[in-house]
Design a protein around this ligand. Structure first.
Ligand code: BTN
Length: 257
């Protein structure tokens, strides 16, 4: 069971996680926080669930997780115009926050995969799903959902990318409370950096993306494109070099060619 007191002691933030909702079971932490009707409106509210019955992944996939051993959480962000201007880059701040915590706390080397996966030894430990509600073209509330395989030791089912967990990579159990607090601490700092110096944040992200410069294939809805992973632009889009032209890629799953 997740110990909220232990988590709280390690939380160093001003607003992220200060309003904390813990639940045993929910359809999806993203779905819950996104719905205004649920009465949660405080900027930085974090919801953590031990089990999701309809955990969502990117591109309509589902997110599978064993109950009570991993981290399944979402962060509600509201009313932050300067952050929402760069909404596309929030997943970069989030994947970097996860990667920094994993590397600093457990000395494991992570690799970031565009747009927002965190890998260890080529396997996925974390996925991120951002959803937003807009009105008149403006984002009103944004939910940043993060799933991390922490202490799960076996994975059944079909996966788009082979999963692993911190426990499997480290050979021992990990304290979820400390990890979550550390990620939220990093995230708050990185979101500030995103507002003030987004290029610097993108540079840090690129340092941890080993696919950059390699020949890759991008798949989106059965359409495949191959080329050199040339760069990430200032909006977080992937620049793919194909023959004489560079194409800007907005969505897709990247794999090494
Ligand atoms: C992906 O890699 O496809 C993104 C996975 C995101 C999963 C997290 S778990 C907490 C939050 N609630 C959800 O329903 N999804 C996200």
């Amino acid at each position: 069971m997740f110990n909220i007191e232990n988590f709280d002691i390690k939380l160093n933030t001003e607003y992220i996680g200060r309003n904390f909702i813990y639940t045993e079971e929910i359809n999806s932490t993203n779905t819950f926080l996104l719905a205004k009707e649920n009465g949660q409106n405080i900027n930085g509210t974090v919801m953590l669930a031990e089990k999701q019955t309809e955990g969502k992944g990117r591109k309509g996939r589902n997110w599978q997780s064993a109950p009570e051993v991993n981290l399944l959480f979402s962060i509600l962000l509201t009313n932050d115009k300067s952050l929402f201007k760069n909404a596309n880059l929030i997943n970069f701040a989030a994947s970097l926050a996860v990667s920094m915590s994993v590397e600093n706390l457990y000395q494991l080397k992570t690799d970031l995969k565009w747009p927002n996966d965190v890998l260890i030894n080529g396997k996925k430990i974390s996925g991120i799903l951002i959803e937003a509600v807009s009105q008149s073209g403006k984002i009103e509330r944004l939910v940043l959902g993060i799933g991390i395989n922490v202490n799960q030791n076996s994975f059944q089912g079909s996966f788009n990318y082979l999963p692993t967990s911190l426990r499997n990579e480290l050979g021992k159990m990990v304290e979820r409370e400390k990890l979550l607090a550390d990620i939220l601490n990093n995230l708050e700092v990185l979101l500030e950096r995103l507002k003030n110096d987004k290029n610097n944040l993108i540079e840090d992200w690129k340092q941890k993306c080993r696919m950059l410069g390699n020949r890759i294939t991008i798949t989106d809805n059965e359409i495949e494109k191959s080329g050199i992973f040339y760069d990430i632009d200032e909006d977080g889009f992937l620049l793919l070099q194909m023959k004489d032209e560079i194409e800007k890629i907005h969505f897709g799953d990247v794999s090494l060619y």
